[in-house]
Design a protein around this ligand. Structure first.
Ligand SMILES: [Zn+2]
Length: 272
């Protein structure tokens, strides 16, 4: 198990090399010729020109920084975060996701949302504070549920507009203020496909930095109702036998893990 120890301030002594997650206009810098699976710490770059710089913590003893640069340095290119993450080993991928969210929070809270005074970095925790009114802003997290509805040996999979061609996935939706995640699962499944569910089982969660979601995934057993796709949200939905699934997301996202692991659980009889 890879150990990442988050921290707001670096501890001394600093590590000899660092991971530097640098972004230009919201995209992650990678070496021009990089195969990100093969990236090593010796290929990291120090970037003194950073406009904004945040310490993230240590990944297996190596200091990790996030920063924003004004332009791409020679020999590096800025690529969309999602594409970069898909090529990274998982521990690095998760630190890159963390870097993106910290920088996005920092960018979006330069001024107090209550009184418009410029905010300041608060020492000792990941927060910006307004010196005029005391309003404190922490990195924003938006919890969202993911639900894989099953019925016997079939899975309910759906497409949203914007999915890659041919790809189907589990249902997903944001938690509303005042709502539990379990309530959200029941509501979103009813809204998106018109069916009722029970027997919710927690599967796992994943930080999803597009831009700041926390995906919380469940399996849910179908109880009643025929599929009626929600207009504008669901382009197509259907029941798929576990041995005849359509294209599904890669394991990169929790949906990819959830669907594959649920198929295995149905096959071995452990999902009931
Ligand atoms: Zn204020």
């Amino acid at each position: 198990m890879t150990v990442f120890l988050p921290a707001v301030e670096p501890t001394l002594p600093a590590s000899e090399v660092v991971w530097h997650f640098a972004f230009v206009t919201g995209k992650l810098l990678v070496p021009d010729e990089a195969n990100l699976q093969l990236l090593t710490v010796s290929q990291t770059l120090f970037m003194p020109s950073a406009q904004s710089r945040h310490y993230l913590g240590r990944l297996e003893g190596i200091d990790c920084w996030a920063s924003v640069l004004p332009a791409e340095p020679v020999g590096w290119k800025a690529v969309p975060l999602r594409a970069a993450m898909m090529q990274m080993p998982e521990p690095l991928m998760m630190v890159a996701a963390r870097a993106a969210q910290v920088l996005e929070w920092d960018r979006a809270h330069r001024y107090c949302g209550a009184c418009a005074t410029p905010t300041e970095i608060r020492t000792g925790e990941r927060a910006r504070v307004c010196p005029a009114c005391g309003h404190i802003v922490y990195p924003r997290l938006s919890p969202a549920m993911m639900a894989l509805v099953w019925r016997g040996e079939e899975l309910l999979l759906a497409r949203s507009p914007g999915f890659a061609p041919g790809i189907y996935s589990a249902l997903a939706g944001f938690v509303e203020a005042g709502e539990s995640i379990e309530d959200c699962v029941v509501r979103e499944v009813a809204e998106e496909v018109g069916v009722t569910v029970r027997n919710l089982r927690y599967y796992g969660s994943q930080s999803w930095p597009f831009p700041h979601s926390l995906m919380v995934a469940f399996t849910a057993e179908w109880v009643s109702g025929e599929i009626v796709p929600q207009e504008g949200e669901i382009e197509a939905a259907g029941w798929f036998p576990i041995d005849a699934l359509p294209g599904i997301p890669p394991r990169f996202s929790i949906s990819g893990h959830l669907i594959r692991d649920t198929v295995a659980a149905i096959r071995d009889g452990s999902l009931r």
